[in-house]
Design a protein. Sequence first.
Length: 448
Amino acid sequence: MNGSQGRGAETPAAARQGECALYEAAGHGSGGHDIVPRGASRTRGERSHAQGARHAAPPVPVAPEAPPPVEATVAPPAPPAADTEPVRPAASAPRPAGSGGSAAPGPSVPPGPEWERAVGLISAADEICLVCHVAPDGDALGSMLALAQALRALGKNAYASFGEPFTVPGILRFLPGQDLLVEPGRLPAAPELMISLDAAGAARLGSLAERAGRAERDGALIVVDHHASNTGFGVVRLVDPDAAATAVLVDELVRRLGVPLDRDIAQGLYAGLASDTGSFKYPCTTPQVHDLAGRLLAAGVRAEAVSRELWDRAPFGYLQVLAGALARARLERDAAGGRGLVWTTIARTDRDARDVPYDQLEGVIDQLRRTDEAEVAVVCKEDDVGDWYVSTRSKGGVDVGRACVALGGGGHSTAAAFTASGEPADIIDGLRAALRAAEPTGEAEPPQ
Ligand SMILES: [Mn+2]
């Protein structure tokens, strides 16, 4: 997977249904990141963001405690976030209000036998490698580190990793269990068991996809995921599109493994749950989600502290870049079939002037999409190599996913993205045309 066109798409089911899915987990706004078109991955320029980590967090030491062969030292500051984008639906198809119960996510996952098989494989293995999708968001990394710590509590040699760029996003550096992270190249070559978390397909594992494929051939790959687009990889598949987050599934797995939720494990799960529900705002926020959140708080998680790390902090330079982006925003009432389009741009020079790395711009779209007069919101962000990553959101009346797919990207009907080169004005011209071709989803929000 690679390619400058589009990024891996996360497509949690929830999102598809208008739920939560994945809006960015780690983003700044409650909204979420962008969507990531499937299969793509930002492979250029991410490293360069490294120095601007969101908080001046110190590099994350990634040295395994266990026996992994390594002494990895990762840590670069800034996260690559590009890809991480969102997948959470900003507002996907709204679920009927009050429909709380039914489609609630929950440990309803796959039938019992899959859980039993998973527990059996884990119990029999001493060395277990956990992997999550590239450019990990709060659900991917939080779920992985939570499970890694639970496995460590069971006495397993657990290693956790993700494909390059191996950089923990700044907003996720508060997550406990990072001492279990190992650079992808230093993972045991042939672990007894691999567990993939929050990845819809092996391609989303980036450089670790091949290793996962080998584990699958060896009958040693468990997949824990909640994307409706999951490709069906893995030998044992704990895949539930109705789960609000992979963290929901990990909670169930940890319970079945008999590991009590301690504060550190709960912290990772809470980060995942909060991320993929857009801080408990998306339609996937069911009673079951709050039940789990309640248990996590009871285990010692401080909600305000996690929320602050995930959403409520940013360097002053970010506010200045945001201000510029909002000042440049254009409202085109006639676009998007007369429903309105609002768009803006953030060039590399705009953020360089404020020393703001590319990966810190994910929350901008969440401000722009608040515009009452526009059904569609678009932010064109220039990355460090000069390509433009175009994030789009709709309120349900226009299928931006279709438009973005037509332009080489991907995503959901209400949140999608694509990558392009050239001038922003030309890119928007192309998007306008694609939006005209995209038919209404029939899920328009009620007029305000
Ligand atoms: Mn997720």
